[in-house]
Design a protein around this ligand. Structure first.
Ligand SMILES: NC(=O)c1ccc[n+]([C@@H]2O[C@H](COP(=O)([O-])OP(=O)(O)OC[C@H]3O[C@@H](n4cnc5c(N)ncnc54)[C@H](O)[C@@H]3O)[C@@H](O)[C@H]2O)c1
Length: 477
């Protein structure tokens, strides 16, 4: 159970308020204030976390700065060893962490366990990859550039950035936290985590697994509280040397406010799925259901016929969101209704629960054509040509992923090259992973690239050491 056995020190005596992690210890905030985490299913408070103060943020960053200096001097194999240990502990304690995910974000129990196990695997893979890529540098000689003799040797290596700030979103609060934590640590950085409110307790449990693995005091800090109170303070903090963020539009605002630090931004998307006439329609339908509805929290059963116009039935699958997101989704649906979209099912909402809905004949003047509902509402735009499909896809401000369904690989490649998205899936729904695949958004969907290798590289800088020789020295030959 959450907050018990090895996790008992995370929680207050009354077992409801979780502490934050600073300088290797679990602490109560001096604010005396808490942030409640509402269970989206029961709409009751599941947990409370500390509302940390700016002074507490300062202290965490200061400790992270100090700890990073000696961590960077820790041999790479030792850093990897600790990460492997943390990964094993994380996987061992998957049950209580998964329980938090169920209560905080209404993730189905099986998916919640998968998220934790996948996170452990990510941490181990990152340790292995780090040992290889950080153990290599470059050797360059000067005479390859015009006008130079071979009098200079340049040795390059990868050095850490310092303090990395990690901000994951609510939908994968563990996986998208470790995808930032592990690369940062293997590369010799320290790490400050600001988890999302919904998902904070799962993240605190995950951080405790790193604590149990024996990472040095202060190297990892985890601060909880309201984004509106400590968010800007964190992202504009002069002690932060890199920000790795996953979320929505908040990331655009952060990018504008952040100082001269490397940014890794993984933001919203509006992934177009282009289905050509020759597509395997069963495959396309199954993947569209998966891509459009799989994060609708509950099991679903949606039968799509071979023709969009003949959607037979759609049952179950309510979307357990928070009230503001349910209202936002409803706004998109009503706008589409007013402008003439065809409803393939009756729109159904009870409280925060929204049932899956397929909207046909969506037109470019409807908000749902462009805005991300982040809920179980799927718009269908009928197209007459490949060019029209590419046009609609590229007209989006987003550029995260896209899908193409066709049996003609030559056409698929041409369309893929024309799509302005970071990833294109041929004959599958948009997916993030496996976690070592590069993953990136174009336009308003992000800055930089992720995936284990890219994240490690992104969280380092190149350092050159140049050896200047008094006379040219050429290799024997
Ligand atoms: N690109 C991807 O692969 C990917 C993956 C998962 C989620 N997302 C996106 O995430 C969004 C849903 O997640 P969300 O609702 O948690 O996103 P969000 O942008 O509302 O919040 C993301 C994180 O930012 C924090 N935050 C809020 N205000 C802040 C501030 N002023 N300063 C610093 N941090 C602040 C939140 O607490 C949370 O931890 C969707 O738009 C979705 O597309 C994208």
């Amino acid at each position: 159970m959450a907050g018990t056995s090895v996790f008992a020190e995370l929680v207050d005596e009354d077992a409801t308020v979780f502490k934050f992690y600073s300088d290797g210890e679990w602490k109560r905030s001096s604010s005396g204030k808490f942030v409640s985490i509402i269970n989206p299913t029961t709409r009751k408070t599941s947990y409370k976390v500390q509302a940390c103060t700016q002074e507490e943020v300062n202290k965490i960053i200061e400790s992270a700065k100090t700890a990073q200096k000696s961590w960077a001097k820790t041999p790479l194999w030792k850093r990897a060893e600790l990460l492997h240990k943390a990964a094993a502990i994380l996987k061992e304690h998957r049950a209580p962490i998964a329980e938090c995910l169920v209560k905080e974000i209404a993730k189905p129990a099986k998916d919640a366990v998968t998220e934790v196990v996948r996170s452990g695997d990510l941490v181990s893979y990152c340790a292995e990859e780090g040992v290889r890529i950080l153990g290599e540098g470059k050797f360059l000689v000067s005479d390859s550039f015009p006008g130079n003799e071979r009098t200079r040797y340049c040795l390059t290596s990868k050095i850490p950035l310092g303090v990395v700030l990690a901000i994951p979103p609510f939908n994968y609060p563990v996986n998208l936290a470790v995808s930032k934590i592990a690369p940062a640590l293997i590369a010799g950085n320290s790490l400050v985590l600001k988890p999302p409110t919904q998902g904070a307790v799962a993240a605190l449990h995950m951080v405790h697994c790193f604590h149990l693995a024996g990472f040095p005091k202060g190297l990892i800090g985890c601060v909880t509280g309201k984004g509106s109170e400590i968010g800007d303070f964190l992202t504009m903090h002069p002690g932060v040397n890199c920000i790795s963020f996953t979320g929505g539009d908040t990331g655009i605002a952060i990018s504008k406010k952040a100082g001269m630090v490397p940014l890794q931004m993984e933001l919203g998307g509006k992934d177009a799925c282009i289905i050509l006439e020759d597509a395997d329609l069963d495959l396309a339908a199954a993947n569209i259901v998966k891509g459009g509805f799989s994060y609708s929290y509950k099991w679903y059963h949606l039968l799509l016929s071979m023709q969009w116009s003949e959607v037979h039935s759609c049952e179950g699958c309510p979307h357990h969101g928070i009230e503001s997101s349910a209202n936002f989704i409803e706004g998109l649906v009503m706008d589409a209704k007013q402008k003439g979209a065809t409803f393939c099912q009756e729109y159904k909402r009870e409280g925060n629960l929204i049932w899956p809905l397929l909207l046909d004949n969506v037109q470019p003047d409807m908000r749902i054509a462009w805005e991300e509902p982040f809920g179980p509402v799927l718009p269908v735009i009928r197209i007459n040509s490949i060019e029209e499909a590419i046009h609609h896809s590229n007209a989006s401000n987003f550029g995260l992923q896209g899908s193409i369904f066709t049996r003609d690989i030559n056409k698929a490649i041409l369309i893929s090259d024309a799509m302005e998205t970071g990833t294109v899936q041929i004959n599958s729904a948009p997916a993030r992973g496996p976690d070592h695949f590069p993953f990136q958004g174009l336009k308003e969907s992000g800055i930089g690239s992720q995936g284990i290798t890219n994240s490690i590289n992104m969280m380092t800088k190149i350092k050159s050491t140049v050896i200047n020789l008094p006379t040219p020295s050429y290799a024997m030959g």
